[in-house]
Write a protein that binds this ligand. Structure first.
Ligand SMILES: Nc1nc2c(ncn2[C@@H]2O[C@H](COP(=O)(O)OP(=O)(O)OP(=O)(O)O)[C@@H](O)[C@H]2O)c(=O)[nH]1
Ligand SMILES: [Mg+2]
Ligand SMILES: [Zn+2]
Length: 302
């Protein structure tokens, strides 16, 4: 979109594409241009431009590209940028259909924390949930300082505040397939008329109703981004000894670990594990932490 609001189709110059994808002579980035990027273009025709430059990003959300797409380069997995320059991320989850997956939620939170992006958590499909279970998950995350919402995208219950938040800036909606991302956006902005999955779609592995990341204008200086559902997420480019910093409740204990490079796993004198034993850190979050840590140990990082 140009400054005057008109839309121009653009391609990235081949030379620039190659340059941007490389790091230390190795390909590391799947696609250098992301939704949300601010670019300089050369207008070749009225409705066609060439991207000359990508402006520095305020922030961006990324993950390791899924194996199928990224496997092209010596089996290493590339970085895939989901979107950039965003003001907030709404992580959409459901308790049932599909079942709540706290490990995926924690992985998304790590990706957002490491990308410098504020996260809010939506527990959608409230009508299908066990309300006690819903409340206990919601309390866990709100105590960590994340704003949480319990919603029903079919009736609009719980979406009033979401609606007021998205009136300003760029809001990204991300989460597993079938949790109701597009349904929520359709309820908030019926004119978007986004495609919604069949009632049984949540269980159909490998099918996504939304297939591309798309940014839509919903008001003056207000944009929402709908994304395809994810099946797996591995945060990209995080070092083992840094992972703990992206678990908010660990941060105040980390300086008291005996070793600077503590990974809070089995090192002696670990203040994070001590906090866990004393009940200051929730066991479920610590298990998520170990699960991601284990992935990082197998990964290759630049
Ligand atoms: N019972 C109930 N069903 C819902 C709710 N929100 C969405 N659904 C249903 O869940 C199914 C999936 O909704 P979508 O909005 O397509 O989910 P999505 O997250 O956009 O899925 P992908 O595009 O595949 O990532 C549809 O059948 C919706 O009608 C809700 O709050 N309650
Ligand atoms: Mg969708
Ligand atoms: Zn430690």
């Amino acid at each position: 979109m140009l400054n005057d609001g008109s839309i121009v189709r653009c391609a990235l110059r081949g030379k620039i594409k190659k340059e941007l994808q490389l790091k230390k002579d190795k390909l590391y980035l799947l696609d250098p241009v992301a939704v949300g990027d601010i670019v300089e273009i050369f207008l070749e025709k009225d409705n066609f431009g060439a991207i000359e430059k990508i402006k520095e990003r305020k922030n961006y959300l990324s993950r390791k590209a899924p194996r199928i797409k990224g496997a092209g380069f010596r089996g290493e997995r590339l970085e895939q940028i989901i979107a950039s320059n965003i003001d907030r991320l709404f992580i959409v989850t459901s308790l049932k259909k599909p079942n709540f997956n706290n490990r995926m939620l924690d992985r998304i939170l790590v990706a957002a924390e490491s990308g410098g992006i504020e996260s809010k958590i939506i527990f959608n499909k409230k009508d299908l949930a066990n309300l006690q279970e819903l409340q206990s998950w919601s309390e866990l995350y709100s105590h960590l300082g994340y704003e949480t919402f319990s919603t029903n995208a079919l009736t609009g219950e719980g979406l009033e505040r979401v609606k007021s938040i998205v009136q300003n800036g760029i809001s990204l909606f991300w989460g597993a397939s079938g949790v109701g991302k597009s349904s929520i956006l359709n309820f908030l902005f019926p004119e978007l008329n986004l495609k919604i999955g069949d009632i049984s779609d949540y269980s159909k592995k490998g099918t996504h109703t939304t297939v591309t990341v798309t940014m839509m204008e919903v008001g003056e200086n207000a944009f929402v981004i709908d994304t395809p559902g994810i099946r797996e997420i591995a945060p990209y480019g995080i070092k083992k000894e840094d992972l703990g910093h992206y678990f908010r409740e660990f941060v105040r204990f980390i300086p008291d670990c005996k070793f600077n490079s503590c990974t809070h796993n089995h090192e002696p004198g670990c203040a994070v594990r001590e906090a866990l034993e004393k009940g200051f850190i929730d066991k479920k979050r610590y298990v998520s932490y170990l699960n991601i840590l284990n992935d990082l140990e197998d990964g290759i990082y630049f």
